[in-house]
Design a protein around this ligand. Structure first.
Ligand code: HEC
Ligand SMILES: [Cu+2]
Length: 350
């Protein structure tokens, strides 16, 4: 009796993690979604794709289950006379009945595959263009080693905003994205909102996205583009339309004039950093690196590499090459006081 109890206990201890694993698969949608999951989407472009993904997954699982059962049955169910495995003894056909099953299998497979094809084509047709009638915001996004530049286009040149790595969009409105590659081929992917689209040098690829809920959606470069490819993330931040408008207006403003004690930091910035970085409203007008006019409004630094905290900011400016080796910002070997002045100034760029 005791031995049986012990065995059951041991078995249940071994099976518990397995059961937990299976159960947690079903609980997945209820928990916080992993940042790059494509099994849970948001917005009118993602919903049909997510349903298709789940649908095809479930169909495949059903097919695999049926096939596994049939193969096992076939293996166990031996029709040859006991023990005799010679070729002659194993019948290949049992009259017409066997053939009928083959025909049945081909027809069922054909219907399932054809149905999946039609469903896939219908979804592709539905998501290829933004819903007609709304005139979408257009963002030109340039992938470069290893960060993303964005230009919010507008017929009015004073309303064209340049920023980097964190793109706000209004909820409930389609946004057109024009993709360009600056150096090599990159790939723009926001799993929860839109599928992958390449950013190719010398070519403009167009895609679109729309979020139906406010939120912060992580995106990632998904085409290997060199050393720091893995640190080439970005964020699409969906705001209610009025919050978005306020964000856009604020971002379009030049940086506030530096206060008396930040003058020195600003000067150093213009001198050491201004050839690569722009801070609108100052002499720093470089275009080969992220626009820093409102760098403090971003939640991460260096394309999702670091949370944007005061400590990380100092760490980054002091040692960009040890944080993101090979990236295009050199170590500048600033003195301690200069580093403090520059980063104190940077922190005013809200
Ligand atoms: C030779 C060009 C170059 C110079 C000079 C340069 N940077 Fe950079 N900087 C870059 C590039 C390129 C990036 C993007 C790196 C990446 O994410 O791969 C960057 C990123 C940054 C970021 C992160 C921005 C963001 O939005 O994630 C900050 C902050 C920054 N630099 C500050 C400075 C400061 C301060 C100086 C001067 C002391 C400086 N940089 C000098 C090229 C430069
Ligand atoms: Cu890449």
């Amino acid at each position: 009796m005791n031995a049986i109890n012990r065995d059951t206990r041991r078995a249940s201890r071994a099976l518990a993690p397995l059961a937990f694993g299976i159960l947690s698969l079903f609980a997945l949608p209820a928990r916080a979604a992993p940042p790059l999951t494509y099994m849970i989407g948001d917005g009118p472009k993602a919903y049909p794709v997510v349903s298709l993904t789940w649908g095809l997954l479930i169909i495949s699982l059903i097919v695999i289950t049926i096939m596994t059962v049939l193969v096992c049955l076939g293996a166990v169910h031996r029709r040859s006379p006991r023990g005799d495995l010679s070729i002659e003894a194993v019948p290949l056909l049992h009259g017409g009945a066997g053939l009928r099953w083959v025909g049945f299998g081909v027809v069922i497979t054909g219907i399932v595959l054809f149905g999946s094809l039609i469903w896939t084509m219908a979804v592709l047709a539905r998501v290829s263009n933004p819903p007609a009638g709304k005139s979408p915001l257009t963002i030109e996004i340039t992938g470069q080693q290893w960060w993303w530049k964005a230009r919010y286009l507008s017929a009015d040149p004073s309303k064209v905003l340049t920023t980097a790595d964190e793109f706000h969009i209004p909820v409930g409105q389609p946004v057109r994205v024009k993709l360009i590659g600056a150096d090599v081929i990159h790939n723009f992917w926001v799993p929860a909102l839109t599928g992958k689209m390449q950013a190719i040098p010398g070519k403009i690829n167009e895609t679109w996205l729309e979020a139906s809920k406010p939120g912060r959606y992580r995106g990632q470069c998904t085409e290997y583009c060199g050393w720091q490819h893995a640190h080439m993330a970005f964020f699409v931040v969906a705001d209610p339309p009025d919050v978005f408008q306020a964000w856009l207006t604020k971002q379009l403003e030049p940086a506030a004039p530096a206060s008396a004690q930040d003058q020195h930091g600003q000067q150093l910035f213009q001198q050491h950093c201004g050839l690569c970085h722009t801070v609108r409203g100052t002499l720093a007008g470089g275009t080969v690196a992220p626009d820093l006019t409102h760098v403090m409004s971003r939640e991460t630094l260096a394309a999702g590499t670091l949370p944007n905290t005061p400590g990380n900011l100092v760490g980054w400016v002091a040692n960009p090459q040890s944080i993101k080796p090979g990236n295009n910002m050199p170590d500048l070997f600033l003195s301690g006081p200069d580093l403090t002045d520059i980063t104190t100034y940077l922190r005013t760029l809200k």
